[in-house]
Design a binder for this molecule. Structure first.
Ligand SMILES: *[C@@H]1O[C@H](CO)[C@@H](O)[C@H](O)[C@H]1NC(C)=O
Ligand SMILES: *[C@@H]1O[C@H](CO)[C@@H](O)[C@H](O)[C@H]1NC(C)=O
Ligand SMILES: *[C@@H]1O[C@H](CO)[C@@H](O)[C@H](O)[C@H]1NC(C)=O
Ligand SMILES: *[C@@H]1O[C@H](CO)[C@@H](O)[C@H](O)[C@H]1NC(C)=O
Ligand SMILES: *[C@@H]1O[C@H](CO)[C@@H](O)[C@H](O)[C@H]1NC(C)=O
Length: 257
């Protein structure tokens, strides 16, 4: 009898412990332990950043080749305004067939590259408001505008030729934001408005891990971490509950003996 009571008591304790763990995880997902944000210097070397992230070599090489790397770095150095850069991965350039970039003049290429930049630092959440202002002028000038739509935390970009989305945040700390996009942004100001019809892509549910939850703080890299944390703690608590159930059942059995 005493043994059974002790068992029941310990099971209750275990259950209490588990449910409090669970409540913590459910109640405060954003407070999951993440490494303290290291005090980063405001200066971001874009060449370094685009070299290690990505692969963004094609975009970076174009910036270097046209010397626009200085223009965007200068904008990144401007701590009052800052910079937002949309960077396609190498694969986005290599899969670009029609139209291709091979026939562009140097000036057109420069405009196309600056079409990927905004002369202000924007967090992903800022695009909720920016979407009301479409088209938003890019660094290529007034006729090079980008249309943004903000759907369930995902930033979609439309240019007429290109419909794509921000697929991850590479860097987002005031004054510099670098976001990965799935496609090269093609401006109507270069390629014209005679856009060949494209088969409408199947509206896949947007559960891209990095871009769906823009962290309020705008820190890059914190989102994947916290989602990993919560899934592992979920696993731990379900293990706990299962364990307690087994213990409780055996306690009941023992008290009947
Ligand atoms: C940025 O990094 C590149 C490559 O490491 C280096 O060549 C360049 O001098 C750096 N620029 C500045 C302004 O520090
Ligand atoms: C940006 O700032 C860095 C560090 O202050 C400086 O070395 C670099 O020359 C600046 N680059 C441009 C293009 O303004
Ligand atoms: C590039 O220009 C040449 C000559 O104007 C043309 O024949 C070719 O089809 C163009 N290529 C592309 C990819 O537009
Ligand atoms: C976003 O727009 C709302 C209403 O249009 C406005 O009240 C709010 O201040 C804006 N937020 C930012 C960050 O601009
Ligand atoms: C961008 O948005 C404006 C305003 O909604 C619209 O008039 C224009 O057609 C859009 N452009 C593209 C390329 O989607």
């Amino acid at each position: 009898m005493d043994l059974a009571r002790a068992l029941v008591f310990s099971c209750t304790l275990l259950l209490l412990c588990c449910s409090s763990t669970f409540a913590q995880n459910v109640g405060a997902p954003s407070l999951s332990p993440s490494p303290a944000p290291a005090p980063t210097p405001p200066y971001v070397n874009l060449t370094d950043l685009l070299t290690v992230a990505g692969p963004f070599h094609t975009f970076l090489n174009y910036l270097i080749q046209t010397k626009l790397i200085e223009t965007v770095q200068n904008q990144a150095n401007n701590t009052d305004e800052g910079l937002t850069l949309f960077v396609p991965k190498d694969g986005a350039f290599s899969s670009l067939k029609n139209p291709s970039l091979s026939n562009l003049t140097n000036e057109q290429l420069k405009s196309l590259l600056l079409f990927h930049a905004l002369s202000h630092y924007y967090t992903l959440a800022d695009f909720k408001n920016l979407s009301q202002l479409s088209p938003v002028p890019s660094m290529a000038g007034g006729s090079y505008g980008l249309n943004f739509t903000y759907i369930m935390g995902t930033v979609h970009i439309g240019t007429g030729w290109t419909n794509t989305k921000v697929s991850s945040s590479v860097h987002s700390t005031d004054p510099v934001a670098v976001y990965q996009v799935d496609k090269v942004l093609l401006p109507e100001a270069i390629f014209g408005t005679d856009i060949p019809p494209t088969p409408a892509p199947a509206p896949a549910p947007d559960i891209s891990p990095a871009a769906d939850v823009p962290s309020a703080s705008g820190e890059s890299g914190s989102t994947p971490k916290s989602s990993k944390d919560s899934s592992s703690s979920y696993r731990i608590s379900s293990f706990c509950v299962w364990n307690s159930l087994v213990l409780a059942t055996s306690a009941v059995l023992i008290s009947f003996l």
